[in-house]
Design a protein around this ligand. Structure first.
Ligand SMILES: Cc1cc2nc3c(=O)[nH]c(=O)nc-3n(C[C@H](O)[C@H](O)[C@H](O)COP(=O)(O)OP(=O)(O)OC[C@H]3O[C@@H](n4cnc5c(N)ncnc54)[C@H](O)[C@@H]3O)c2cc1C
Length: 393
């Protein structure tokens, strides 16, 4: 039996190792267009490789996989994050789970993962052909008994040309995981400010996210923004990255509750300067900015703010608005929303419904996640599932 794998990335390498272990006599040719395999894995997690997540506190897969949660649920029944951790530990990689539940090699070195996977492939006799760009999956299907496409994300529609002639349903690719440009906002002067536990949303939609927020010199970033960009990736692309961002600086309290709290503070500290009594969670520079946005003089005392002033402040704290105009990449750590539609495949085996012997795994599918190790987890789980499917067949 001969199997071709298109792309020596996380999914392709993992799949070929697991397939060769199950079927030692199978010939596996992995085609990689770049000079080296696993080039992207080498730079994941800022070179540390956030290879999975403990999933502690994740209440639903949809929360972390805006696209493909149903597929992930299926493949997790064969190989999930716990299996992934056990797999790498069995291969000698010590792992560490951070406070934020992200899992890294204890060495904090992505090259440990790259070297492990390439060594295993070499030892097992998987053949890797680098500098070899596959132009047509259809042509490979004629030559091999099975073809596994693990060609990763495709930010440009033209990259989907390899699927020509297969009559697949393709979801137009758009970027996910980006930061927001706020070119008109003076908030950018507060660059470097971090606020823990902020809730973000987009006006007129139900998209929401929460977590730390970072103000940058071009706009806003941090988990609360990246998560929102992931959940609303398609909506934002369709709107030309022109939308209204809503920020709740209070960690999700509603305006009524915050108004009551402000009235309470004003009645117990009438002579105190408002500027000096900012909530602990809001840094003083940001507090000063939010006061000015609420038309409250910085040097005024609580008693002078007045009912209307406190109402405006409560509104700014819970429903602050910014005009998003454009997006920027976050440390180049973007993933692709879109790709091969899940309607093309059998969700249990990842085999193409119309082309027996053709399989897909990893980001080439219309599956992507928020940051935190979930994207690589999707690559390991789908790669593993394809290996099992081919072996079972
Ligand atoms: C900078 C950066 C940092 C990231 N950090 C993390 C992280 O810490 N944790 C996490 O979970 N996710 C992270 N991600 C996302 C994660 O890297 C991807 O989701 C994951 O690598 C997808 O695996 P894959 O095998 O599907 O694709 P890839 O790893 O991208 O591999 C696809 C391979 O296919 C090759 N290829 C494409 N087309 C062809 C062709 N026609 N012929 C031959 N070869 C082809 C490509 O060159 C590539 O090597 C990061 C992404 C980036 C860009």
């Amino acid at each position: 039996m001969r199997v071709a794998v298109v792309g020596a990335g996380a999914a392709g390498c993992f799949c070929s190792i697991e397939l060769k272990r199950r079927l030692p006599d199978v010939t596996i040719d992995v085609f990689e267009k770049d000079r080296k395999p696993l080039a992207k894995v080498a730079i994941t997690g800022g070179g540390r490789c956030n290879l999975t997540n403990s999933f502690e506190g994740v209440s639903s897969l949809k929360e972390v996989y805006p696209r493909g949660d149903k597929l992930i649920r299926r493949v997790f029944s064969t190989f999930d994050h716990k299996d992934t951790m056990a797999w790498f530990e069995r291969e000698g990689v010590k792992l560490t789970i951070q406070e934020d539940k992200c899992v890294f090699p204890a060495s904090q070195d992505a090259m440990e993962i790259v070297n492990l996977l390439t060594t295993l492939m070499r030892r097992l006799g998987v053949r890797i052909q680098t500098n070899h760009k596959v132009e047509s999956v259809k042509a490979l299907l004629g030559e091999y008994d099975a073809v596994v496409v693990t060609a990763g994300g495709r930010p440009r529609e033209s990259d989907l040309g390899i699927f020509e002639g297969l009559d697949l349903e393709l979801v137009p690719p758009v970027p996910s995981l980006f930061t927001f440009n706020l070119p008109d906002s003076p908030v950018r002067e507060l660059m470097g400010t971090v606020v823990e536990d902020v809730t973000t949303g987009l006006s007129g939609t139900s998209f929401k996210a929460s977590g730390p927020l970072l103000i940058t010199h071009w706009g806003m970033s941090g988990p609360a923004i990246l998560k929102l960009s992931s959940r609303a990736a398609r909506y934002l692309a369709d709107s030309g990255y022109d939308a209204t961002l809503l920020v709740n600086w209070t960690g999700g309290k509603d305006a009524g509750t915050v108004r009551e709290e402000l009235i309470q503070t004003a009645s117990t500290n009438p002579l105190r300067h408002i500027y000096n009594s900012h909530p602990e969670r809001i840094p003083s520079r940001l507090w000063s900015y939010l006061l000015s946005k609420s038309k409250i003089r910085e040097d005024s005392k609580w008693a002078e703010a007045g009912q209307k002033g406190l109402n405006r402040l409560a509104e700014t704290l819970t429903n602050d608005t910014y005009h998003i105009k454009g997006q920027s990449r976050f440390k180049e750590e973007f993933v692709t929303c879109g790709g091969v539609a899940l309607s093309n495949i059998n969700l249990n085996t990842l085999e193409c419904k119309n082309h027996p012997g053709l399989y897909f795994a990893g980001e080439t599918l219309d599956v992507d996640a928020v940051t935190g190790g979930f994207n690589l987890q999707a690559a390991w789980s789908t790669g593993y599932r394809v290996a099992v499917s081919i072996a079972e067949k």
